[in-house]
Design a protein around this ligand. Structure first.
Ligand code: SAH
Length: 347
């Protein structure tokens, strides 16, 4: 069975290629991660025996772009990837004036069960491997030189696939590869507390952190985010404080406004109290409605009031710009059952 090569670090490549000259692993790594070659034949400064060895033991790509969708409202592009076992996952490119970001998926499906999110509806199918994430990123990077940022806001819970996410970040930040800045990578989590600590202490990867809070009340949170049964808001805040102190970085609090659920003035005031003095900023997201649920997005007026209450209490806050709405490229709309579901006819 051929193994994936893209997720191997230089150290691991050295181990694999120890029978070859010492400088070969670095050359191979460069071909894979700087030149983004798709076949071993392209590595034209390597001896034939090494190319054969690589070919016999490893594969580079087994993920394909199946389909891409271009927004008519803005520049957003959504991609449907096919993994080797037939699973489909989505990724999105977001174009900002400071560069291009990829919103990447970390799992096929998700087991967290947030009531407003479509990615979790079929439960968790499986983790996406580091190699698969690298492939999806490189496939898009080949088309877009300016793609230099990653947000883990596609389907799945990245801190429920720590090893895969870590393996991906380790490779894309490697100085012998594309050398992305850790500061340009954001891991978004529903609040898996022990892995927030793990991330804060991780010596190899240092991404930004975003927390999906969505309400300042534990009982409401349990209602809309079942994971809250295990992790209280207090515990999450302690973990955030540990992270900000350890890393000296501001953490993003994601807050999707849902009409009548979490968009009242009281919600905003309580949120401000909880966040007072913390090194965080709040990102207000408008709910993307979908046919699976009855929730409605908060009105624009309510959103502005919510923001004002936070601002008046000196909490940093922004309203997230909506991108790619017409191609379901926006938050929480990414799912993997594309072909078999209602979107089938669009293919
Ligand atoms: N599992 C990670 C990544 C989820 S997607 C996490 O929970 O953070 C990124 C953001 O989109 C999360 O804040 C998520 O709660 C939010 N989201 C999910 N469904 C949404 C919807 N229908 N409308 C708006 N935001 C949504």
């Amino acid at each position: 069975m051929k193994r994936p090569i893209l997720e191997l670090t230089i150290e691991e490549l050295k181990e694999e290629l120890k029978d070859f000259k010492k400088f070969r692993p670095k050359q191979v790594f460069n071909w894979l991660h700087k030149n983004l070659v798709v076949s071993f034949d392209e590595m034209n400064n390597l001896p034939k025996d090494l190319i054969h060895y690589l070919d016999d033991n490893f594969y580079i790509y087994n993920v394909k772009i199946l389909k891409e969708f271009h927004s008519k409202l803005d520049e957003t592009k959504k991609y449907l990837f096919e993994l080797n076992d037939g699973n489909l996952v989505e990724g999105v490119l977001l174009f900002y004036n400071f560069g291009i970001s990829m919103c990447i998926s970390s799992q096929v499906g998700c087991k967290m069960g947030c009531s407003f999110c479509v990615s979790t509806r079929g439960g968790l199918v499986r983790d996406i491997t580091a190699s698969e994430m690298i492939q999806m990123f490189y496939l898009l990077r080949k088309q877009h030189d300016e793609l230099k940022r990653i947000v883990f806001m596609g389907s799945g819970e990245p801190l429920d696939n720590y090893e895969g996410v870590k393996g991906f970040i380790r490779i894309i930040t490697d100085n012998n590869g594309l050398s992305l800045s850790h500061r340009n990578i954001t891991v978004s989590t529903c609040g898996i507390v022990e892995n927030i600590y793990r991330l804060a202490d991780d010596k190899e990867i240092k991404p930004n952190l975003a927390i999906s809070l969505h309400t300042p009340y534990d009982n409401k949170r349990i209602e809309i985010m079942p994971v809250a049964r295990k992790y209280t808001i207090k515990k999450i805040m302690e973990a955030i404080n540990y992270f900000t102190e350890k890393r000296g970085r501001r953490v993003t609090i994601e807050y999707t406004l849902i009409q009548g659920e979490n968009d009242s003035s009281d919600d905003a005031k309580t949120l401000a109290k909880i966040l007072k003095g913390m090194n965080v900023y709040v990102n207000l997201i408008s709910l993307n409605e979908n046919s699976f649920m009855d929730y409605k997005e908060a009105t624009h007026a309510k959103t502005l009031i919510f923001r004002k209450i936070l601002e008046d209490r000196k909490i940093n806050v922004t309203i997230r710009r909506e991108l790619g709405r017409d191609i379901e490229g926006s938050c929480g709309q990414l799912k993997n059952n594309y072909l078999t579901n209602r979107m089938g006819e669009k293919l």
